[in-house]
Design a protein around this ligand. Sequence first.
Ligand SMILES: NC(=O)c1ccc[n+]([C@@H]2O[C@H](COP(=O)([O-])OP(=O)(O)OC[C@H]3O[C@@H](n4cnc5c(N)ncnc54)[C@H](OP(=O)(O)O)[C@@H]3O)[C@@H](O)[C@H]2O)c1
Length: 339
Amino acid sequence: MKYKLLGRSGLKVSELCLGTMGFGTESGWGADKESSFAIMEAFGNAGGNFLDTANIYKLGTSEKIIGEFVSSRDRDYWVIATKYSLKDNTTNPNASGNNRKNMMRSVEESLKRLNTDFIDVLYLHIWDDLTPVDEILRGLDDLIRQGKVNYAAISDTPAWIVSKANTLAELMGWSQFIALQVEYSLIQRTPERELLPMAKHYGMTLTPWAPLAGGALTGKYLRGDIGRIKPESNRLNENSARITKEVIAIADKLNVYPSHVALQWTRQQGISSIPIVGATKLSQLEENLKMIDLVLSEEDLRRLDEASKINLGFPGEFFREDGVRLNNFGGFYDKIERR
Ligand SMILES: NC(=O)c1ccc[n+]([C@@H]2O[C@H](COP(=O)([O-])OP(=O)(O)OC[C@H]3O[C@@H](n4cnc5c(N)ncnc54)[C@H](OP(=O)(O)O)[C@@H]3O)[C@@H](O)[C@H]2O)c1
């Protein structure tokens, strides 16, 4: 395993992040404590140090399992990223959302479950479309000054909000978001419209969630093993099947697993990217870890792009059309070296 700096920070994290949304057997699926420990042990033995969880995963069980595991080993080795914003509570309007009251309460609860006195990376989980951006940034910065959180990051939020937040934080001397977590895979490429260029501009590390599209890109759905997925899911439609078949064809040619091709593709998109790979069985993690040395050729990237490309919409598609840029910038566009 190699390490990367997380965004514009000095924090060193493993080049793969372990997703722990499936730690706990609540809601009828997932890994029990013993299997979760085995998965984290194998990940740590391979050099992994970056764990992704959330207050909401398995109603707190994921954080509890991590807390128990990490505190019986070397807490300082692990980089624990957790999230705040979501909670099932129909009686208290402030028990969820991005607001400061919920942020502070959620962090206190996470610290207890994680059995630690600091969180390495705190993500805003999902944009609530209500809370002022300055309230969020000020709250996160206070937590960082208090030593309860080391770094702030953001997930599932429109690009223009993240841009505004990072610019405001820079002006105010507050901590900026160093990582952007979004659903990104060969089956979900729409973040290429605004989110990826934005993250690149701000030097944020992309941490794609569901890089295997929940398992679809391993090819197992094509074999009829659809597990807990709903039949109407876009991960089961014809387009996903076509993309997955191309992934399998390239994997067969390279003599690797389809999961390797799908994970590596997210790491060769012109931006610093650390996929968050989920596993509910030790064997899945062991298989996925073997992708570390894979590099996809230009030709394989082109084939994958061809099979999975999306319409960028406006203005991306307008820019992409060679005509506009090549003809309307005095013929210089092609000759300019880009930063
Ligand atoms: N920010 C957000 O809103 C958000 C949302 C979702 C997830 N996340 C984070 O991202 C992580 C990853 O997301 P994810 O679990 O949905 O996506 P994923 O990594 O695309 O899929 C993981 C699932 O794929 C299957 N799988 C993995 N390796 C396999 C292999 N080698 N062979 C066959 N099947 C394999 C397993 O499914 P089975 O369990 O069915 O066997 C596993 O649970 C989560 O754990 C969480 O930390 C964040």
